[in-house]
Design a protein around this ligand. Structure first.
Ligand code: NAD
Length: 476
């Protein structure tokens, strides 16, 4: 068994009361690591460390060049330790090593490099005023950031929060999800090795409600809360944050619509649609879990899509050939499997898929569901896609918008005007046209409706992780 502690004030430590929990490998279904189980007291200790590193330490007072050099060193170390980090995320939550090693860890390193450079290169604005004054903006660090992360992209989501927070001079307490704690401790160890001063990046492990997570959201010493997770949790965090008017950034759930028009390149649409809903076993907020296909090509598309789904390699996530591993936990497996029963009880049919061995759900294609059925409306967070036919463009747009979520959508068409028209009509944070998951880190990322509050990425992260200050000067 490996062992992972909290990292507080530059030391890897046990919980104050000595409590621990075990992280279970979803493929073997056996514990593989012992992790410190933080309480509200451990969270408070981590917040105090971050507070004093912010109020008295060098980090917020360094230049962007100095901070950037350390963050680039951290990115170097993430790349050097890529095998260890990928193995940790794979052991914690069962994601195939091809995805953790091939995507998540490199992207985490890229997040640190991007925000280090972005903070250094985006100059503050200057506003020459006709009245004989001049005004400029300062972007002061906001203070102590509580970063609460989900389990589906453990290291990658943590870095998406920690990198901009650090680049803009804040100090951080990161609480990873209890299902995927290991890579956060490794990240904090490497951050110290890279030269981050003690207390600048703290990690506290534990659960959410009545535990370390909730304590972070209720602390008067925290200046920003950045959270990624379920919409229901986002509501609780918003409420807790309101007590101290702490600004929150919420990246929440999704039920992505994927619209395939008859004029699309169907081969391309099939490839992307498979990636969009079966990557990471569908445990992706952006999953294209509602697939709307224009009726003229419905049968042809469904046949090709089903064949591609059935061809995915299912198995041990440590095997580099595996494309689809187990779900992240027994509890989550039960939830996803339960949705298959909900679908069939409502009269829909599993065209292919169903439950497999262990905590595997095979790539599952549901047909014959209704637009208002639970299977079409609720986030399942598994390898389950509902395929529905549509006739007119307006019908597809109306169906796509008919959900409480608004994170993202995909549109497949060769008609340029239609692509723009549909993108404009969709109430979501991101529209991918003839592709999926391609990101420019300067672009806004976040969700409309129940999918979130605020945007992150580039200057959007800067707005959240700083206190922009206007300075106005009389020139005469
Ligand atoms: P979750 O809401 O159960 O937990 C997320 C984190 O919040 C965990 O660290 C958990 O311990 C903590 N937490 C739970 N209750 C809390 C509370 N009351 N106070 C403080 N912290 C609390 O979500 P999850 O199951 O880990 O992740 C899956 C969800 O995340 C899905 O809904 C998915 O769509 C969403 N997600 C969204 C994005 C995005 O960018 N919009 C990205 C990835 C995942």
């Amino acid at each position: 068994m490996e062992s992972f502690g909290h990292v507080i004030a530059g030391e890897e430590v046990a919980s104050i009361d000595g409590a621990t929990f075990e992280s279970v490998d979803p493929w073997t279904r056996r514990p593989w690591a012992t992790v410190a189980l933080g309480s509200a007291e451990d969270a408070a200790r981590a917040v105090r460390a971050a507070r004093s590193a912010f109020d008295e330490g060098p980090w917020p007072r360094m230049s962007h060049e100095e901070r950037g050099a350390i963050l680039h060193r951290l990115a170097d170390l993430l790349e050097r330790h890529a095998d260890e980090l990928a193995a940790a995320d794979t052991a914690d939550m069962g994601k195939p090593i091809a995805q953790t090693r091939g995507h998540d860890v490199p992207r985490a390193a890229r997040n640190f490099r991007f925000f280090a450079d972005h903070a250094r290169l985006t100059a503050a604005e200057r506003f020459p005023m006709p009245s004989g004054h001049h005004a400029y903006t300062e972007y002061d660090p906001a203070g102590v950031v509580a970063a609460i992360a989900p389990w589906n992209f453990p290291l990658m989501m943590a870095s998406w929060k920690v990198a901009p927070a650090l680049a803009w001079g804040n100090t951080v307490v990161l609480k990873p999800a209890e299902q995927s704690p290991a890579s956060a401790t490794i990240l904090a160890r490497l951050a110290l090795e890279a030269g981050l001063p003690p207390g600048v990046l703290n990690v506290v492990h534990g659960y959410g409600p009545d535990s370390a997570g909730q304590a972070l959201t209720e602390s008067p010493l925290v200046d920003r809360i950045t959270f990624t997770g379920e919409s229901a949790t986002g509501r609780l965090i918003s409420k807790a944050a309101a007590a101290h008017l702490t600004p929150v950034s919420l990246e929440l759930g999704g039920k992505g619509a994927n619209i395939v028009f008859a004029d699309a390149d169907l081969g391309q649409a099939v490839d992307w649609s498979i990636k969009a809903v079966f990557g990471n076993s569908g445990q992706v907020c952006l999953a294209g879990s509602r697939l709307y296909v224009q009726r003229e090509v419905y049968d042809e598309f469904l046949a090709a899509f089903t064949a591609a789904a059935e061809a995915l390699v299912i198995g041990d996530p440590r095997d580099p050939a595996t494309q689809l591993g187990p779900l992240s936990s027994g509890e989550h497996f039960a939830k996803v499997a339960g949705y298959l029963d909900i679908a069939t009880a409502a009269g829909a049919r599993l065209h292919t898929g169903g439950v497999g061995d262990g905590w595997i759900v095979r790539p599952t294609v549901v047909v014959g569901a209704g637009q208002r059925d639970r299977i079409t409306q609720e986030e399942i967070f598994g390898p389950v896609v509902v395929v529905l036919p549509f006739d007119e463009e307006a019908d597809a747009v109306a169906a796509a918008n008919d959900t409480r979520y608004g994170l993202n959508a995909m549109v497949f068409t060769r008609d340029l005007a239609r692509a723009h028209r549909v993108a404009r009509a969709l109430r979501v944070g991101t529209v991918w046209t003839n592709c999926f998951f391609v990101r420019d880190l300067r672009a806004p990322f976040g969700g409309a409706k129940d999918s979130g509050v605020g945007r992150e990425g580039g200057t959007y992260s800067r707005e959240f992780f700083t206190e922009p200050k206007a300075v106005i000067m009389e020139l005469s």
